[in-house]
Write a protein that binds this ligand. Structure first.
Ligand code: ADP
Ligand code: MG
Length: 236
């Protein structure tokens, strides 16, 4: 493939602005992530059920299917995420289901297609985010996924741009940090991989001041490496 430099991000953002869209599609947000060296699950956008099966076979089972719609921001709320599909028939069924569920959730929702993506093995889920604070500008956030962020509010913040040392303080600063260091039969996660994502996210939002919110939720953290399975970007 040709080197794309940092052109894809600018193109995606200006195209969305032209169309009056504030929320980027998952495909767009992940393409931007890739340009900034943030690892994401492999994906392909299917426009029909035949393509969905073709892409699933290219990626290898199991796969995940997700609805892609500018009108559906929280995909699982709409029944738009179906994980762990292991065969052609499961993909065919799930393809129909995601579309049906989307229609039921919001009859007028425009559908860009159905995203077929590699299924990332389960692991500790972390969240890397950024918000543009009216006073401090781009501000990064880190926490563990699920209840840790939503209920316990166990998160750390730093104003961008951040250094590697800042990133390390964000990660070690959460109360749940011992969980990342490994416990019982859960192995330690690759903290360096998480630091790289934080640093790249910092670069991404500093380079693109039109971004109001970045939400990598979740990022699966492994013994070796980390992978973003969902990315959301909201423009000003
Ligand atoms: P949304 O946040 O819009 O509801 P997500 O893309 O985050 O949708 O999907 C919901 C959940 O499904 C995720 O939090 C994650 O647990 C799981 N999931 C989504 N995509 C994948 C994937 N590619 N591999 C493994 N799990 C996934
Ligand atoms: Mg998500």
């Amino acid at each position: 493939m040709e080197a794309t430099a940092l052109n894809e991000t600018a193109k995606i953002i200006s195209q969305a602005q032209k169309e009056g869209r504030k929320a980027l599609l998952e495909t767009e947000a992940k393409t931007i992530c890739m340009e900034y060296g943030i690892p994401v699950t492999k994906f392909k956008l299917a426009k029909n059920v035949g393509e969905a099966v073709e892409f699933a076979e290219q990626l290898g089972y199991p796969v995940v299917l997700k609805i892609v719609s500018p009108d559906i921001l929280h995909k699982s709320d709409s029944g738009g995420v179906i994980v762990n599909l292991k065969s052609k028939t499961e993909v065919q069924d799930a393809y129909g289901k995601t579309l049906e569920n989307a229609k039921r959730y919001k009859a007028t929702a425009k559908i860009a297609g159905v995203l077929v993506q590699e299924m990332a093995p389960q692991s500790t889920e972390v969240i890397v985010g950024a918000v543009k604070d009216p006073q401090f500008g781009q501000t990064l956030m880190f926490g563990l996924g699920g209840v840790f962020v939503e209920i316990l509010k166990d998160v750390t913040f730093k104003i961008a741009p951040i250094t590697r040392e800042d990133a390390r303080e964000m990660v070690t600063g959460i109360k749940a940090y011992p969980l990342l260091k490994g416990y019982r039969n859960t192995p330690a996660t690759d903290v360096d991989a998480i630091l790289n994502i934080l640093l790249n996210a910092s670069r991404l939002v500093m380079d693109n001041p039109q971004i109001k919110e970045l939400d990598l939720n979740p990022v699966l953290a492994y013994e070796k490496g980390a992978k973003t399975v969902d990315a959301r970007i909201i423009l000003e």
